[in-house]
Design a protein around this ligand. Structure first.
Ligand SMILES: C[S@@+](CC[C@H](N)C(=O)[O-])C[C@H]1O[C@@H](n2cnc3c(N)ncnc32)[C@H](O)[C@@H]1O
Length: 362
C-alpha cells in the first residue's frame, strides 16, 4: 500500500506542502491550465505533483500562512473551473482499506486545532470506485474522532474532503469557488444582450490563461457585448475593447458600466488598431465565427490574417494572446510571428467546436 505523506523534502529550501484542486470536469485540460496560470500570476513557487481525473495536486514552497492567504484570496477569486482547494492530508490507492489506513495514521495537528469540530465528505469522480462514499465518510470520521475531535455535520470548523478518482486524495477544504457568481453574469442577465457570447466561466478561464495581472492593460479587438472584457475587468485589469459595429459598442458600454470597471471602448477595425506597438499586456478575443458572422473585412481569412498581425504588433514582448475560433487561428498567428504555447479544443455542441489557441509574442 502506498501512502504519500503531505510533507516532502524538495529542491526548495524549507517545507513544501501539497495542495489539491478539485476540478469541475467541464473540459479535460482547461481547468488544469487555468490553475497553473493563476499560480504563476500570483508568483507562487510551485511544481506539479500529480494530475488525475478531476483533481490536480501541486506542491507549493514557502511559508504556509502566506501561501494559504494567496490560495484563499486572489486565486479563489480568479478561478472559474475549480470547485475546491484542499490542503492535502495524503494521497493513496482508491480502496477503502488504503483510505482508512491513511485516515488512521495522519498527524492531525496541521489540520485541526484543539477543540475544533469537523465533518467528512466524500466525492466520487465518475466511475473510478464502485463503493459508496458515505461508508468511508463515517469510517474516516471515526478515525479522526479517535484522535480527540468531535464531529459536527451542521456547523463544522474543518471540512475533510475525500476525492475518489484514479487515486484517493484526502484533504481539508481551504476554500471553495463560488461558481454561481458566473451564472449571475450570463449573457441573458446582462444589461445588453446579443447572441454569440462566450459563457462567463469560459471567458474567465481564458482571461486567466492570458496571465493578465491587476492594473495591467488588457484588450479585446472583437469585443462585441464585452463578455470577455467584464471578466478581465473583474480581476483588476484596465480593459480596452474594439468592435466594428456601433450598436455593439454602445451595448458593451452598458455592460461594463454595470460593473464599474476601468475601461475604454471604441468603434473600429481589429485590422487597424489605434495603438502604438508593444503597448498591450494581454489579449483574449473571439473573432467572428462561421459564414453568418457579421464581419468588417473582405473575407474571414483576411480578417484573421490582418488582425493577428495587429495583435502581434500591439502586444508587449512576452505578452499572451488567447484566440478562440471555429477556424484554425494557428497558421495565421504563426505567419504573423507569434509563438504557439498551446491549443485546446472545446466541443460546444454537435455542430460547433471551438479551438482555443494560446500565442505569445517573443
Ligand atoms: C463572436 S463576436 C464577439 C463576442 C464577444 N466576445 C462578446 O462578448 O459579445 C465577434 C465580433 O467581432 C465584430 N467584428 C467583425 N469584424 C470586425 C472587425 N474588422 N473589427 C472589429 N470587430 C469586428 C463583430 O461585430 C462581433 O461583435
Amino acid at each position: 500500500m502506498n501512502i504519500t505523506p503531505n510533507y516532502k523534502t524538495t529542491s526548495h529550501p524549507g517545507l513544501s506542502i501539497l495542495y489539491a484542486f478539485e476540478l469541475s470536469g467541464e473540459h479535460e485540460e482547461l481547468p488544469v491550465a487555468e490553475i497553473l496560470a493563476c499560480l504563476r500570476i500570483e508568483g507562487l513557487d510551485f511544481q506539479l505533483y500529480t494530475s488525475i481525473d478531476q483533481c490536480l495536486v501541486v506542491e507549493i514552497a514557502g511559508k504556509e500562512k502566506d501561501v494559504e492567504q494567496v490560495l484563499k484570496g486572489p486565486i479563489t477569486e480568479r478561478l472559474a473551473m475549480t470547485h475546491h482547494i484542499l490542503k492535502v492530508v495524503g494521497i493513496t490507492e482508491n480502496t477503502p482499506d488504503a483510505v482508512i489506513k491513511l485516515a488512521d495514521s495522519f498527524e492531525s495537528s496541521g489540520y485541526l486545532r484543539e477543540g475544533q469540530c469537523f465533518v467528512v465528505r466524500a466525492k466520487r469522480i465518475k466511475h473510478h470506485v464502485d463503493f459508496p462514499g458515505e461508508l468511508l465518510e463515517q469510517k474516516i470520521g471515526g478515525c479522526i474522532y479517535r484522535k480527540g475531535f468531535r464531529a459536527n455535520l451542521k456547523n463544522p470548523d474543518v471540512e475533510f474532503r475525500l476525492i475518489l478518482s484514479e487515486k484517493a486524495v484526502l484533504g481539508t477544504i481551504l476554500s471553495s469557488i463560488d461558481r454561481s457568481v458566473y451564472e449571475t453574469r450570463n449573457p441573458q442577465n446582462k444589461h445588453f444582450f446579443h447572441p454569440g457570447v462566450l459563457m462567463p466561466r469560459v471567458a474567465r478561464a481564458l482571461v486567466n490563461l492570458s496571465g493578465i495581472k491587476p492594473g495591467e492593460l488588457f484588450m479585446d479587438p472583437f469585443c462585441g457585448t464585452a463578455g470577455i472584457l467584464v471578466e478581465a475587468g473583474l480581476v483588476g485589469a484596465k480593459v480596452i475593447g474594439i468592435d466594428a459595429q456601433e450598436k455593439l459598442v454602445v451595448g458593451a458600454r452598458m455592460n461594463v458600466e454595470a460593473f464599474e470597471l476601468d475601461y475604454a471602448l471604441m468603434e473600429g477595425d481589429a485590422c487597424r488598431m489605434p495603438f502604438k506597438q508593444a503597448t498591450i499586456d494581454a489579449i483574449v478575443t473571439d473573432p467572428p465565427y462561421g459564414r453568418s458572422a457579421a464581419i468588417l473585412a473582405e473575407s474571414l481569412e483576411k480578417l484573421y490574417s490582418c488582425s493577428l498581425e495587429e495583435i502581434q504588433r500591439v502586444l508587449k514582448p512576452g505578452g499572451i494572446a488567447v484566440v478562440v475560433s471555429d477556424k484554425e487561428a494557428l497558421e495565421y498567428g504563426k505567419k504573423a510571428g507569434l509563438k504557439v504555447l498551446g491549443i485546446y479544443v472545446q466541443r460546444v455542441h454537435r455542430s460547433l467546436t471551438r479551438t482555443i489557441t494560446i500565442f505569445q509574442k517573443i
